[in-house]
Design a protein around this ligand. Structure first.
Ligand SMILES: O=C(Nc1cc(-c2cc3c([nH]2)[C@]2(CCCNC2)CNC3=O)ccn1)c1cccc(C(F)(F)F)c1
Length: 308
């Protein structure tokens, strides 16, 4: 349960802003006892904030999820806010890493390792009936800036519990007879996470998500143009097709993704150099558009599926 003493008893809060989240901003702070640096997310009390804290707290501690150290519930002149102290991820965001990839080209095996790490975080959530619903490169951070850095997922501002009523209200249904609509739209929330994984993997392979890209993906007309895709393994392309499948009911689920050879045996994926580094460097000016494009797509998916 959240601590109710003032956070300033235990932490020195710096005004270094590390970033802005959906429900609040992220500052740097350090613990007065051990002098350690942490990240602090300030959330003004609301149902969304309580849901974000509750869900993040439930999954904190998994290797590829940013862990929560402490949660304080403090009130400043009347309004209550939640103060979430997290481990400080010093390695920055995933694509900054790939962008300034110094040591030679970014290879397909590195892309496979990254995907395996993100997919294991998504599997951990989906197995607990939680959909993240805001999977994007900016929410994937490294613990350290060097090769030992571990990739972790953060920002549960859009996360939600799914399939929750399937277990409560209809305990008696036999899974293979129940009509899809009985399971409710929630099951689509998980499939929107899979779609995001597909886009992340597609970008990882050096495909700039041009504005036209979203239309092509939604209509399933995206392709694997040469020369970027010539060397990329068939497993990888089949996996992307399965994750970017337009019909959410036909899209792969996280277990099918995890057992694809490209993910399961990422250590054996050929070290084919990918165009990502070049694309992210050259495409620097298009990168913000790409991010906006992804934000819009995620927002539309959240609306679509919530209305199903
Ligand atoms: O962002 C850093 N550390 C960090 C950051 C977060 C963090 C949480 C959230 C976010 N970051 C974002 C910021 C905007 C982009 N999306 C992610 C929005 N939502 C969140 O919930 C959590 C833990 N450590 C960082 C980067 C480089 C150096 C350092 C430092 F110098 F402090 F070591 C910290």
């Amino acid at each position: 349960y959240p601590k109710t003493n003032l956070i300033s008893d235990d932490y020195e809060i710096s005004n270094t802003v590390l970033g802005l989240g959906i429900n609040g901003k992220v500052l740097q702070c350090h613990n007065k006892d051990n002098g350690q640096v942490y990240a602090l997310k300030v959330l003004h009390d609301s149902l969304k904030a309580r849901r974000e804290v509750a869900l993040h707290w439930r999954v904190s501690g998994f290797r590829h999820i940013v862990s929560i150290i402490d949660v304080y519930k403090n009130s400043y002149n009347g309004n209550v806010c939640f103060l979430v102290v997290m481990e400080c991820m010093r390695g920055g965001e995933l694509f900054q890493r790939i962008q300034n990839q110094q040591t030679g080209a970014f290879t397909e095996r590195e892309a496979a390792k990254i995907m395996q790490e993100i997919c294991s975080a998504v599997k951990y959530l989906h197995d607990r009936n939680i959909a993240h619903r805001d999977l994007k490169p900016e929410n994937l951070l490294y613990t350290l800036p060097d090769q030992n850095g571990v990739l972790k997922l953060t920002d549960f501002g859009f996360a939600k519990e799914v399939n929750v009523h399937a277990t409560l209200e209809t305990p008696c249904y036999t899974p293979y007879y129940v009509a899809p609509e009985v399971l409710g739209p929630e099951k689509y929330d998980k499939s929107c996470d899979i779609w995001s994984l597909g886009v992340i993997m597609y970008i990882n392979h050096g495909q700039a998500i041009s504005p036209g890209m979203k239309k092509r993906i939604r209509t399933g007309q995206f392709d694997f143009p040469d020369p970027e895709w010539s060397g990329v393994s068939k497993d990888a392309r089949d996996l992307i097709r399965g994750m970017l499948c337009v019909n959410p009911a036909k899209r792969l689920d996280i277990d099918q993704v995890m057992c694809n050879q490209w993910i399961a045996k990422y250590g054996e994926v050929p070290e084919t150099p990918l165009y990502t580094g070049k694309m992210l460097k050259e495409g620097e000016e298009t990168w913000p558009e790409v991010q906006e494009e992804m934000m819009r797509s995620l927002a539309t998916m959240r609306v679509d599926y919530d209305q199903v």
